[in-house]
Design a protein around this ligand. Structure first.
Ligand SMILES: N[C@@H](CCC(=O)N[C@@H](CS)C(=O)NCC(=O)O)C(=O)O
Length: 202
């Protein structure tokens, strides 16, 4: 998202879920995302990457931040993960392109979330539990352009969460959330801005 906002070219390399060697070879452990800088040095904290890219050229995250937005983003993950995590293997994502990579993810997630089919069978209750948080965000959004009126780090906190949640069929965003999301996700806007579909909220 940050690279798209800064109009920076980012060469993307997808790592298959079972390809631990590539991750360990770069940073010594299994973790994504990894940003390899032009000088070859890897970075492995996504917010560090955001600050690093923001530092290249004129800033784009110039608006104010609000602590309630960060708090909202931190709290909502517990509600979105049970919906999104069991759906990622259904989306034809490139990190699950082989049967082994797909099954590696399913087995890994089963340890944390239990059986993924069973988890999906609770979709109705999970959506019901998430709606109050989306209503809360609806009341916090100041404009369709930016959650705080002017683009800021808070948009980097919120938009990818909405992008992930949007994979859930049957989940409808409240009006202001939808306007905000569609403004950033439409075909001629920052379609690439929220990065891949899969949220990194483990
Ligand atoms: N603090 C890191 C966390 C990254 C993270 O949690 N990555 C997850 C995937 S979304 C991960 O690599 N999990 C280990 C695994 O896939 O085995 C960041 O914000 O970049």
């Amino acid at each position: 998202m940050m690279a798209a906002l800064k109009r920076k070219h980012l060469q993307e390399q997808v790592v298959l879920d079972d390809d631990s060697d590539t991750m360990v070879g770069l940073v010594g452990k299994r973790v994504i995302p990894i940003l390899v800088k032009d000088d070859g040095a890897p970075m492995l904290e996504s917010m560090d990457m955001v600050h690093y890219i923001e530092g290249l050229g004129p800033p784009v995250l110039i608006g104010p931040q609000r602590p309630e937005i960060a708090a909202w983003a931190d709290a909502v993950v517990a509600k979105t993960s049970p919906l999104t995590m069991p759906r990622y293997p259904l989306l034809g994502l490139p990190e699950f392109a082989t049967v082994a990579a797909h099954d590696h993810y399913v087995v890994r997630k089963r340890k944390t979330y239990g059986d993924l089919v069973e988890l999906r069978s609770h979709t109705r209750e999970q959506i019901k539990a998430l709606m109050p948080s989306l209503e809360q965000l609806d009341g916090l959004i100041e404009s369709p352009q930016a959650v705080n009126g002017t683009q800021s780090l808070d948009d980097i906190r919120v938009l990818p969460l909405l992008r992930s949640a949007a994979v859930v069929k049957g989940l409808s965003f409240p009006r202001r959330v939808r306007d905000y999301f569609e403004n950033h996700d439409g075909p001629h806007r920052l379609q690439a801005a929220a990065g891949g579909v899969r949220g990194c909220h483990e």
